[in-house]
Design a protein. Structure first.
Length: 184
């Protein structure tokens, strides 16, 4: 039981570190703020216009976010980690940057060539999953958090909680009137 209590405590601590990351290190605001604003605006947009669905073009564009964020993360790693090239490439920051880059490339190719069903592709390439993943990577690299099981669980918890929050926000958000829908 002590392990479970300790794990919950560590999970909540790591979750707080992810959510509060920009307050600890304001230099990440330049990359984190656009991710958060885009996430909120797009979730509200799709909540207002229920009949509009994510398309392959939007899914593809979302994957570019991961690639562009990874480039910023690589820049951060190479300018802040000291000790030479070898120490940089074995750092957690470099590994996270590389993971985000590879994920972005794989999702880009998957969406570009429609390699998987659109139902699955649109879930993994949606604004919520892509921008939250990019945001978490930014916090990990900028604040040098460990990439461990608790960080991954905290990331998943963040996605789930944001999904629940947006689910309820979309329920109370005013929907587009039929005139607005026909003007498009």
């Amino acid at each position: 039981m002590a392990f479970f209590v300790f794990s919950i405590k560590l999970l909540l601590q790591r979750f707080a570190e992810l959510v509060g990351g920009p307050f600890v290190n304001s230099s990440m605001l330049w990359i984190a703020l656009p991710l958060l604003v885009t996430l909120i605006v797009m979730e509200l947009y799709f909540g207002r216009y229920k009949k509009e669905k994510l398309g392959w073009n939007t899914a593809l564009t979302n994957t570019l976010v991961l690639i562009f964020v990874s480039l910023n993360l690589f820049q951060r790693v190479f300018t802040t980690y000291e000790g030479g090239f070898f120490k940089v490439i074995i750092s957690t920051g470099f590994f996270v940057s590389l993971l985000v880059f590879i994920l972005g490339i794989l999702l880009f190719l998957t969406d570009f060539f429609h390699w998987i069903s659109k139902k699955i592709a649109f879930v993994i390439s949606a604004h919520l999953s892509v921008n939250t993943t990019a945001y978490v990577a930014v916090v990990i690299v900028y604040n040098q958090l460990p990439l461990d099981f608790m960080t991954i669980l905290a990331w998943l918890l963040l996605i789930i909680l944001l999904g629940i929050i947006f689910f309820f926000v979309k329920r109370v958000e005013p929907k587009a009137e039929s005139k607005e829908l026909s003007d498009s």
